[in-house]
Design a protein around this ligand. Structure first.
Ligand SMILES: [Zn+2]
Length: 337
């Protein structure tokens, strides 16, 4: 919750909260002011072409999807859903029988995905969640019976709210913290979903992170990122919280590596390797402009929006892990949901 949560399409992807039938791409949004600076650190990983704190993609996993999709369906999903901004032949080349997907630019290695001849002969899509079509007909009194739903309250809240810049206060009123609001909302939502028959999991149950890392664990990485991006002698600490140059301090960078990148990646691991839900709901509260930051004003404007994965930017697809996740997501047919 900040003055302007600039919507980016890429973060939930890099978090890979996948395997969920209805990925409502979580609004792990970057503040507009920090975004321009923050995209540069990615250049640190140019040799590996990976995004911040990403694991190397396991391309062999895609072997499970051989002959599970026809040429026409693959082409349609690439053109109309995932790569609507276009995609060069150097990254993905579609032939009649197969697609060549770039694994590593320096090594010029490619993954070959073989297409099914036709719909009738295509192999079944492997996945750890159940498509809506495969579920038994909903019972009127328990329409969500058996459905596994993971609730992800955005951010952390509590003692971390100021650090993660999801905090504001009007006069002497209690401070508003997005992480706490989201957690409280999931606690209200959970019994209602259970009543409808769902099995509900909390990815975060308190105002504490699930990553074991803390900002101090990232000081060296933060320093390297800053040096790599033209801050040869980064300052250690933030002296004035309103100074935009605070983003060029080791403290600010190490904190964001902790509360955003490390924490969100841990949540993704929990979702993808343990919980295996059919649906992941990531809850956030967006904020409109609030005037003077030292004296914020509340306004009546209200709206609901959902973020759906797709329309990858060319710059995003340059990263090996983003490209891999995009193809895996496409092949899982999550967009059909
Ligand atoms: Zn948020």
């Amino acid at each position: 919750m900040t003055k302007s949560e600039g919507m980016t399409n890429d973060e939930a992807r890099s978090l890979t909260l996948r395997h969920s039938g209805f990925v409502i791409s979580s609004a792990f949004v970057l503040r507009a002011s920090s975004f321009l600076f923050w995209i540069f650190p990615l250049a640190l990983y140019a040799a590996d072409h990976l995004t911040v704190l990403a694991s190397k993609p396991r391309w062999s996993v895609l072997e499970n999807y051989q002959e599970t999709i026809t040429h026409d369906e693959f082409t349609h999903l690439i053109r109309d859903i995932y790569c609507t901004h276009g995609l060069g032949d150097d990254l993905l080349k579609i032939d009649n029988d197969s697609a060549q997907i770039l694994k590593n630019r320096d090594a010029q290695t490619f993954f070959t995905l073989r297409f099914a001849n036709d719909e009738a002969s295509r192999r079944e899509v492997p996945r750890l969640w159940r498509p809506a079509k495969s579920l038994p007909p909903a019972r009127p009194e328990k329409p969500l019976a058996g459905l596994r739903i993971a609730l992800v309250p955005g951010h952390l809240g509590g003692r971390w709210a100021k650090m993660e810049e999801r905090w504001f206060q009007v006069g002497d009123a209690p401070a508003v913290q997005e992480g706490d609001l989201a957690l409280r909302t999931t606690r209200i939502l959970a019994p209602q979903l259970r009543k409808l028959g769902a099995k509900v999991f909390f990815v975060r149950k308190s105002a504490e992170p699930i990553t074991s890392k803390r900002p101090d664990d990232f000081r060296e990485l933060a320093r390297k990122i800053l040096i790599k991006n033209g801050v040869p002698q980064p300052r250690a600490d933030v002296l004035d919280p309103n100074d935009p140059a605070k983003e060029q301090t080791v403290r600010w960078q190490s904190e964001i590596l902790f509360y955003r990148y490390s924490e969100i990646r841990r949540r993704a691991v929990l979702v993808n390797t343990k919980l295996h839900p059919d649906l992941v709901l990531c809850l956030h509260f967006n904020a409109e402009g609030w005037g003077d930051p030292s004296n914020p004003t509340l306004i009546e404007t209200n709206h609901l929006h959902l973020l759906i994965n797709g329309s990858y930017l060319k710059d995003e697809l340059e990263f090996d892990d983003e490209r891999f996740e995009m193809v895996r997501r496409l092949l899982s047919r999550v967009c059909d949901e």
